[in-house]
Design a protein around this ligand. Sequence first.
Ligand code: FES
Length: 106
Amino acid sequence: MTAITFIAHDGTRYEIDAPDGSSAMENAIRNDVPGIDADCGGACACATCHVYVDERFLEVIAPMEAMEEDMLDFAIDVKPASRLSCQIRIRPDLAGMTLQVPARQA
Ligand code: FES
């Protein structure tokens, strides 16, 4: 298990012990984090799992593949720290990572 935190648009923190190997999105859904709808179920085909990654971890998580980059074009308020949470695989070295849900996604 690896401790990560989602921060909802209203500042509510969801501190989660996430199973290693799961996706960040799966943990958001299991814990009812508002604003993470994951309409495509993690197939990188909807962008409704968009988050802003804690800058300290941007270089630690696996780099973005072309499909995720293309899909992010459909997300709202994209920033340099934007990622699709279904493409973030939980690993022990992500302990302490925070993921902010964009305000307009809620
Ligand atoms: S759940 Fe659809 S792109 Fe992540």
